[in-house]
Write a new protein. Structure first.
Length: 306
């Protein structure tokens, strides 16, 4: 198949690029940077582009004749500094809608796969399913939900197959360095002291290789609709911190400081993956301990190279 992946240099996007490439598919990547995929640039088609610029590449999209368009590209993200930035809407929703209009003009309309977030649901108190109501509490979640609704309605009206993937917390090698797990590993292997908030949240974590495998199977079997990509497990965030310290044999001191708690932080972020398992008949291949060990080994190798 011919697969277009926007945001293909990001943590999630690059894992999907590698999965499809390793499975002998043709891949065209749109991304503003290529540092995470520099070793495979000679094996893929790459166009340096931000979401805002996709309209400039209509001819390239048409020439490539995609069977699937995977839209991972998103300006900003769900970091604390970005979640209530108005650019969550302005830099993402109009350009993403334009992408659907571009692929609607193709002679053979490809499947469209959009990426959402559990932030669409807002505050949670139990493992949510795909049928649960959505009530975002920040602009990141609201912008994702807005595009979800626009994309579904447009794809239905245009006769384009539509899938919406909602990842929970994904972790593993090559994750963004400022996120909790890689940041903790980096400090722990250097035996630096760590100051955190109370870490009272209960969360779901899914290893990156399981994530990319599930995305691959959903696309290649043309599973349509909304799917949660999560492990289906619930972890206390504080237990994860303690586990990482133990697995790194770190001498770091860890301080859980109540004054660093954020009102905007969610105390519970977990989903069920019953729908995913029912259509794919899959189980997670990498458990949390194995995944963190793999991530520690990766961070150690990067540190040694540095």
């Amino acid at each position: 198949m011919n697969i277009i992946i926007t945001g293909g240099n990001g943590f999630l996007g690059s894992s999907i690029v590698r999965k499809f490439l390793n499975s002998n598919h043709n891949v065209l990547v749109f991304s503003k940077n290529s540092n995470n995929i520099s070793d495979i640039l000679h094996k893929i088609k790459y166009i340096q582009s931000d979401n805002d610029d996709l309209i400039l590449h209509k001819d390239a999209i048409s020439t490539f004749q995609p069977h699937v368009v995977v839209h991972c590209g998103w300006f900003g993200g769900n970091s604390h500094a970005d979640i209530n930035d108005m650019n969550q809407f302005h830099r993402n929703v109009p350009s993403s809608i334009k992408l659907i209009e571009i692929i609607n003009e193709l002679e053979n309309k490809p499947m469209f796969v959009g990426f959402g977030s559990f932030a669409e649901n807002g505050k949670m108190r139990y493992q949510i399913s795909e049928q649960d109501s959505e009530n975002p509490t920040n602009l990141y979640g609201l912008s994702k939900l807005t595009f979800k609704n626009y994309s579904k309605m447009l794809c239905d009206s245009y006769g384009i197959d539509w899938t919406w993937i909602k990842p929970c917390y994904i972790y593993g090698p090559n994750d963004v360095k400022t996120r909790l797990i890689p940041r903790l590993i980096s400090k722990f292997i250097k035996h630096e002291d760590v100051v955190l908030d109370e870490c009272k949240s209960i969360v779901d974590y899914l290893y990156i290789d399981d994530f990319s495998e599930y995305v691959y199977q959903l696309i290649t079997t043309r599973c349509l609709g909304v799917y949660h990509l999560c492990s289906g497990n619930q972890y206390k965030l504080r237990d994860i911190v303690v586990l990482i310290k133990k697995l790194t044999n770190s001498k770091s001191a860890v301080i859980f400081d109540k004054t660093k708690n954020r009102d905007s932080a969610f105390d519970y972020v977990c989903g069920n993956n019953h729908k995913l398992k029912s259509v794919l008949n899959v189980e997670n291949n990498v458990n949390l301990i194995e995944g963190i060990k793999k991530t520690i080994n990766y961070e150690r190798s990067c540190s040694n190279k540095g």
